[in-house]
Design a protein around this ligand. Structure first.
Ligand code: KIV
Ligand code: ZN
Length: 546
């Protein structure tokens, strides 16, 4: 049977001449320690991935937690326009059923089954032999094909493929193809491969399978080679690439979407007639959103999306770029969504002007979000001489990342002077009841955080534990807004794998920004507990606190 016979949809635009972009930011990316997102945040990222026009959104691992199941289901319900929604499942009873339940509502469901095949994983992790792994792989691929029908996309991954004995690996891929897999993914799970070697591996799988399945690759970045390996694989015949925004992912991360896509676009001669359908102008907005929500800041010299990626410092370079940008730029900033300053926002600006400006910066917001951002921008214009692009982006991010709240801030005060302790007090609305707390601290922020702990203590059986705190000015002016990013966990949830959330606050008053970020984090921790550990909110308000 040829691949087209199994999955006629393949011919609809992902065939020869087209690289399928499989984004796994919401699955492998979210596995990065501390990058956990709430369901509402995952939905927000999925919407941006849809604007980016990736081909497949891997939305999560439904068996991992009830929260992740719900997030995948919501993304599957909402994602339309030909974008497939994938869910990951082990070849193990319970997992595939749960994944199918979550993606069953998708316009284009894409089931991603995996089992490890390298001897080291089989012996030490799964404690089974090669034959058992092959049997399980075939069993679950067959099950999925019968369950989902001939049109569904069924992907099989041989985990740790790059350290798997080659003849056995080829046998596994052949057997699962016969069982009905339509995509064969070759993961370089531990980032061990070297480009020439990885390209040969793809070539060998391709010759054994011929055109009966799409070859996919999934490269990790432990040696900094994820993008190079992915591109070598494309040159050797891979037609699906698994990537993440900002290269987020386990350990050193995955191949980054922006690097792979821009390499395909910038060097068409190296990838004859192969293009990706990605709307590259949405890359910067996607990168900022993911960085903001996960709390993973982007190094300034990161390719494509780093703050310095299009900055020219030296006089010689500046002179060259002014004469002709091609001297030092291999792609334009506009092509990745870094817009020039064409409309500025001030007190007299209207909603339409703001919407146009946000579009230019790569953000599509709904009417409610536009209204909230508009009101915040106008209020900011009262306290700040100039509302810059950076200010607007910070406001958009803050409004987009708004979380359902059981705990709201009603007011606060703090006193602090040289040489002594600070004293802070807060009044909060906690599940509809007014509460207050006060405390001393070694500084104003510490005093206020402790006051919050005191106010919420009767309602929670744990204390929030701050694990990271960072503050930066949004712009360079003296009246700039301060943006606080912090991380926290519950005192009852310690050690590796503990659930860590990110909180953000934004204000021209940095004490207020800090308090806001802390209360957002406490709301998230509480919501996660209410909804099952892991991913927290699924729209709407959380249940009332006990
Ligand atoms: O890295 C890996 O092997 C994976 C698989 C589940 C595809 O993430
Ligand atoms: Zn991976």
């Amino acid at each position: 049977m040829t691949f087209e016979a199994i999955s006629p949809r393949f011919g609809e635009g992902v065939g020869a001449g087209r690289i399928r972009i499989f984004d796994t930011t919401l699955r492998d990316g979210e596995q990065a320690p501390g990058a956990g997102l709430t369901a509402a945040e995952k939905l927000d990222v999925a919407r941006q991935l849809a604007r980016l026009k990736v081909d497949v959104i891997e939305a999560g691992f439904p068996s991992a937690s009830p929260g992740d199941f719900e997030a995948v289901r919501q993304i599957a319900l909402e994602t339309r326009g030909g974008i497939a929604v994938a869910a990951l499942a082990r070849c193990k009873d319970g997992d595939p059923q749960r994944a199918v339940e979550a993606i069953g509502v998708a316009e284009r469901p894409h089931l991603h089954l995996f089992i490890a095949t390298s001897d080291i994983h089989l012996k030490h992790k799964l404690r089974i032999g090669r034959d058992d792994a092959l049997k399980e792989a075939v069993r679950w691929v067959k099950w999925a094909r019968e369950k989902l029908g001939r049109d569904a996309e069924i992907e099989f991954s041989a985990e740790d493929a790059s350290r798997t004995e080659m003849d056995y690996l080829l046998d596994v891929y052949e057997a699962v193809t016969e069982a009905g897999a339509s995509t064969l993914n070759i993961p370089d799970t531990v980032g061990y491969a070297i480009p020439s070697e990885f390209g040969s591996m793809v070539g060998a799988v391709k010759s054994r399978i011929r055109d009966q399945a799409v070859i996919s690759v999934h490269c990790h970045n432990d040696l900094g080679l994820a993008t190079a390996n992915t591109l070598a694989a494309v040159q050797a015949g891979a037609r699906q690439v698994e990537v993440t925004i900002n290269g987020l992912g386990e350990r050193a991360g995955n191949a980054s979407l922006e690097e792979v896509v821009m390499a395909l676009r910038t060097r068409p001669g190296q990838f004859p007639s192969l293009a990706a359908g990605v709307q590259t102008e949405q890359i910067t907005a996607a990168s900022r959103l993911v960085s903001y929500l996960t709390g993973f800041t982007i190094q300034p010299n990161k390719a494509i999306v780093g703050a310095n990626a299009f900055a020219h410092e030296s006089g010689i370079h500046q002179d060259g770029v002014l004469k002709n940008p091609l001297t030092y730029e291999i792609m334009t900033p506009q092509s990745v969504g870094l817009a020039g300053n064409t409309i500025s926002i001030g007190k007299l600006s209207g909603r339409r002007g703001l919407q146009g400006k946000l579009k230019e910066l790569g953000y599509d917001v709904d009417a409610d979000q536009l209204d909230a951002i508009y009101r915040a921008a106008i209020a900011l214009a009262d306290t700040k001489k100039e509302v810059t692009d950076a200010d607007l982006l910070a406001l958009v991010e803050a409004k987009k990342a708004d979380v359902p709240r059981s705990i709201e801030i009603l007011g606060w005060s703090v006193s602090s002077a040289s040489g002594g302790l600070s004293v802070g007090s807060v009044s909060l609305m906690v599940a509809g009841d007014p509460k207050s707390g006060s405390s001393t601290g070694n500084g104003p922020v510490n005093a206020l955080f402790k006051a919050v702990d005191e106010a919420v203590r009767p309602n929670l059986h744990w204390n929030p534990v701050l694990t990271e705190y960072e503050i930066k000015a949004v712009s360079g002016d003296g009246d700039a807004q301060g943006q606080v990013r912090l991380r926290a966990r519950r005192s009852s949830d310690e050690g590796p794998g503990s659930y860590v959330v990110t909180g953000h606050g934004l204000s021209t008053n940095i004490i207020e920004a800090s308090l806001e970020a802390y209360v957002v984090a406490v709301n998230k921790l509480h919501g996660a507990e209410v909804n099952g550990l892991g991913v927290a909110f699924v729209g709407g308000r959380t249940e009332e606190l006990p």
